[in-house]
Design a protein around this ligand. Structure first.
Ligand code: AMP
Ligand code: GLY
Length: 424
């Protein structure tokens, strides 16, 4: 079987790596991939951007690709599934219409309210003054969100009114008669976050994957600006069986049903970002219409079943027959990033020490090999995700950090407290 994985991050490296372990898989192309995917057995990169949908479809046709699996939201929101389906190409990805759950915060919030899905109180705005006046409804901190896709970086948690006003002014700066950018202001929720990711098919069957928890803030102690994610672990101990059932019944199922009632069928990974409040109630912070990055890395490190089988069920509408078996071990993934990320950072730094890593899997993100002599260099904000699997979170964390300490480049940065929350 031949597969195409779309994207270039740690998530796509993990997807391709896991799919390649299946004997039924002959070859996987990753578009455009990274240095890590180019170095794996049975995997090669193809130099097509994730959003160049026509070129990807042509590649899939010309190379008799059986299934395409999509990582990044930009390709999904741009309608890759719609285009592939229209051309008879099998793909595991939601349609552009369904992906509004992620690509528009106001669409998602209105949808949740209509379907009685628990979420923070909110209002959407296109004008600065109304937005600034609405701040009086809440006390600090204020949560201000860009309506559109922002790679996890469009959310400002403002500690002071001045910061909140500045964020509103910046996000709505270009608004005039022609452009109508939207923002969402919502109540600040407290509690513990968890990522709940499921596979959904177009018959509405739901297959929950292992639970996980991301670390969105850049610095230790959840401080600093929000990023795409600085590390993750699986399972998330906060989600016990009772809470698991509640999340399915009160959130995931009503989400899939609510879409169907609007005439939208959902097929693909669906990621529900949750806040579990002090009373143990789950509230939705956000939807993502894809697998999480870096959650994919520790989740797939624990998957014992064939990911290809699960995806085949997802594409065939038979997820009700699929069984996902998970290792009892825990996994921890620590992201190593370029200093400065999520703001500006330098690239083209030589990465050394990777060959010394023996007890963790290093998933690549922003990496490439130089054309001249194949030296491994940095090429993005998030560079590597060092992922370890061990008997419990504490041991997995210790191994991950021991392996992280062997890798270096000029200007590398990482949090030193990934998974502490699950241990203390
Ligand atoms: P989002 O992209 O909407 O998930 O927001 C990114 C991150 O911002 C979340 O993972 C939370 O850490 C934080 N966040 C978003 N909305 C809220 C909220 N209403 N209350 C508290 N924290 C939030
Ligand atoms: N880890 C969060 C995300 O994938 O958006």
């Amino acid at each position: 079987m031949k597969l195409l994985v779309v994207g270039s991050g740690g998530r796509e490296h993990a997807l391709a790596w896991k799919l390649a372990t299946d004997n039924k898989v002959e070859h996987i192309w990753v578009a455009p991939g990274n240095a890590g995917t180019s170095l794996e057995n049975k995997i090669s990169n193809i130099d097509i951007k994730a959003t160049n949908i026509e070129a990807l479809a042509k590649f899939a046709t010309d190379n008799n690709i059986d299934y395409t699996i999509v990582g990044p939201e930009a390709a999904i929101a741009a309608g890759i599934a719609d285009y592939f389906n229209a051309h008879g190409l099998k793909i595991f990805s939601p349609s552009a219409l369904a992906s509004q759950l992620e690509s528009s915060k106001s669409f998602a919030k209105d949808f949740m309210v209509r379907n009685q899905i628990p979420t923070a109180k909110y209002q959407s705005f296109t004008t600065k003054n109304e937005a600034i006046n609405y701040l009086d409804n809440f006390s600090a901190p204020w949560v201000i969100k860009d309506d559109g896709l922002a790679a996890g970086k469009g959310v400002v948690i403002a500690q002071t009114k001045l910061e909140a006003v500045t964020a509103i002014e910046q996000m709505l700066a270009d608004n005039n008669d022609k452009s109508n950018k939207k923002i969402v202001i919502e109540q600040f929720l407290t509690g513990e976050e968890a990522s709940f990711i499921v596979m959904v098919d177009d018959k509405g069957n739901i297959l929950p994957l292992a639970t996980s928890q991301d670390h969105k803030a850049r610095d230790n102690g959840d401080l600093g600006p929000n990023t795409g994610g600085m590390g993750a672990y699986s399972p998330a101990p906060i989600i016990n069986e009772q809470l698991h059932n509640r999340i399915i019944n009160d959130i995931v199922q009503p989400t899939v049903n609510g879409l169907q009632q609007q005439g939208i069928s959902y097929q693909g990974f669906l990621y529900v970002g949750l806040m579990i409040d002090k009373q143990g109630n789950p509230l939705v912070l956000e939807y993502n219409c894809r697998f999480g990055d870096p959650e994919t890395q520790p989740i797939l490190a624990r998957l014992e079943s064939s990911l290809l089988d699960l995806i085949e069920h997802g594409i065939s509408g038979t997820l009700n027959q699929a069984v996902a078996k998970w290792s009892n071990n825990a996994a921890v993934g620590v992201c190593m990033v370029s200093k400065g990320y999520p703001n500006s950072y330098e690239v083209n730094k030589k990465i050394s020490g990777l060959h010394k890593v023996t007890t963790a899997k290093v998933f690549h993100a922003g990496t490439k090999l130089t054309a001249a002599d194949g030296t491994l260099i940095t090429a993005g904000g998030r560079v590597l995700c060092v992922t370890a699997l061990a008997a419990d979170i504490k041991q997995a964390q210790a191994i991950a950090y021991q392996e992280v300490s062997k890798i270096t480049w000029n200007g590398m940065y990482f949090r030193t407290d990934i998974a502490d929350k699950a241990i203390i």
